[in-house]
Design a protein around this ligand. Structure first.
Ligand SMILES: Nc1ncnc2c1ncn2[C@@H]1O[C@H](COP(=O)(O)OP(=O)(O)OP(=O)(O)O)[C@@H](O)[C@H]1O
Ligand SMILES: [Mg+2]
Length: 273
């Protein structure tokens, strides 16, 4: 029996999303989840925010409902709306309402790009009331136990303060995710791309060289995601240099001078073929 139980446990674990922690982010998230506190996840693109939330939801055994923010998003997109179905008007829950009812984690990805009325909807969910106003139905829905709001944003190019009032913002617990330390990032790149540790290490070395550029003209630096994509190209037969050119250098900039400079940096940093 015990052996069987163990086999089940291992199988369940093998379905856990792979997430390599860089610091105490998991401990902070767990404590916030237990306390029912909303979380603000900040970090550059491709640094593991989405993967982190997926891993935490799995660990906590909570359903994860993800909403991708965009500038035209309205509160109805989050909360729900009346729709005409077969001649009848029926109410259809939006993703936030579904999460509030189900006690799920609602991950609002880059929701700070959204309009102000979406932020108004979020506010009462973040304080002691923990309720969602369904104005169109004339009710307020209390959040089921387990409901947790997680908002992500990239402080590099969004002015979150423009859209989130300080009084809302201060109800969140903030977790900052950056790029992982080289050793950890090498394990991530090797595993996700399916390449050996030496190749992954070379890609991470290049990534860190790009990140360390002084007075960089780049909008964004090389992300873990970008290094993984280069690794995938290598795993499928491209040379390391070819992969770096296609997945890193040409993606980071369109400016011929910058592209040339990045190419030279890659030549200097990558091991000789
Ligand atoms: N710490 C990590 N552990 C495991 N995988 C990681 C980690 N960080 C990044 N990754 C890998 O990098 C990819 C990109 O990460 P993810 O999609 O979570 O980034 P993100 O921060 O959500 O980016 P964006 O802001 O663009 O949405 C993941 O699919 C995963 O393969
Ligand atoms: Mg993401």
């Amino acid at each position: 029996m015990l052996a069987n139980d163990r086999a089940t446990a291992v199988q369940a674990d093998s379905q856990a999303p792979f997430y390599e922690a860089a610091g105490d982010e998991a401990a902070v998230f767990r404590a916030a989840a237990r306390g029912g506190l909303p979380v603000l996840l900040k970090g550059p693109t491709g640094c593991g925010k989405t993967r982190f939330v997926q891993a935490m939801a799995h660990e906590l055994g909570r359903e994860l409902i993800t909403v991708a923010g965009h500038e035209d998003m309205t509160s109805a997109d989050l909360v729900g709306r009346f729709l005409l179905k077969g001649g009848e008007t029926v109410w259809v829950d939006g993703p936030l309402t579904r999460a509030v009812r189900a006690g799920a984690i609602c991950y609002l990805d880059e929701v700070v790009e959204a309009r102000q009325d979406t932020v108004v909807v979020i506010h009462p969910l973040t304080d002691h009331r923990r309720e969602l106003a369904l104005d169109r139905l004339g009710t307020a829905l209390p959040a089921a136990p387990g409901f947790q709001l997680v908002i992500s944003y990239n402080p590099g190019y969004q002015s979150v303060l423009k859209n989130i009032k300080e009084s809302t913002r201060q109800r969140f617990v903030a977790i900052e995710l950056g790029f992982p330390p080289a050793e950890a990032e090498t394990r991530i790149v090797a595993r996700e791309a399916g390449i050996d540790a030496a190749t992954a290490g070379a890609l991470v070395g290049l990534g860190n060289a790009v990140r360390g550029l002084d007075g960089s003209p780049l909008r964004e630096v090389a992300s873990t995601r970008m290094l993984i994509l280069a690794g995938v190209l290598v795993a499928h037969g491209l040379s390391l240099r070819g992969a770096v050119q296609a997945a890193v250098v040409q993606v980071l900039s369109d400016d011929p001078d910058v592209v040339r400079a990045l190419g030279e940096l890659a030549d200097a940093v990558l091991p000789r073929p």
